[in-house]
Design a protein. Sequence first.
Length: 294
Amino acid sequence: MITLLLRQGGTALRMLLAATVVLGLVYPFAVWGASRLPGLNGPAEGSVVTAPDGTPQGSALIGIDPVAADPAADPWFHTRPSASADGVLGPGDPSTSGGSNQGGFSEKLLGQVEQRRAAIAAREGVAPEAVPADAVTASASGVDPHISPAYAQLQVARVARVTGLSQEPSRSATLAALEASEGITVLDLDWRPMFWPSREEGRKWVREALRFADVAVGNEDEWETAGNAHVALTVRKRGPRGTFAQRGTESGGREQRIPSWRRAGCRIGIELRRDGVEFPQPPERHQRVRRPQP
């Protein structure tokens, strides 16, 4: 009996030691080593989002609906609503994340959906019927960072109205993106006076953005705002007279009219050459066929 107990105890001890080494040391270190591989390090650490100075700001897997300082000039793309929020819309609480556990026949849930639809329609300036389903229903976690393309498209017009060069922080972000861009950078001037206190203030920041552009496109009013900017190629839209391109912005530069066959689909069709602006001949399929006269 004692011999049997010692044999079984020894077997159990060896199994305990083997399991401790394999499951307690080898397996965790193997998983940790795999998480250090390029492309896996970020997700393994929680997909942390950091500020430019490296300070952690949150996680890409957790969406907290931002709150605009001025609701009338809301610059943010909003996430789905959260059941943990104080109101029908607003930031959820990640510490108490979760769904509402209410079914489709719940009057409380249906009332919240209608309130959310009305609030979002008013915020975006659209009809309530245009609000997609994911914009008015909370996710299971309540902090889902993902939204549908339809909800993102619904918010584009509002975000575009209150962002750009006219306000911070989008001004700094836009200039940083232009400075970091590689290849040929095309800048659409898109002057909108209602977003600026004065034309002089707008000219200051438009010219700052043009420092990083190779090609600039605008109409006559937009170029009046930009002034005499130094870019490789300027494109001027002159209404019924057509669209014209000029190498540089010097008054003595050679200006050419862009053929209409190249303007189709907003394609400028300009080739940058060291010796100036060149326009390729239109391919055969673009040439207009003349009908015989009766």
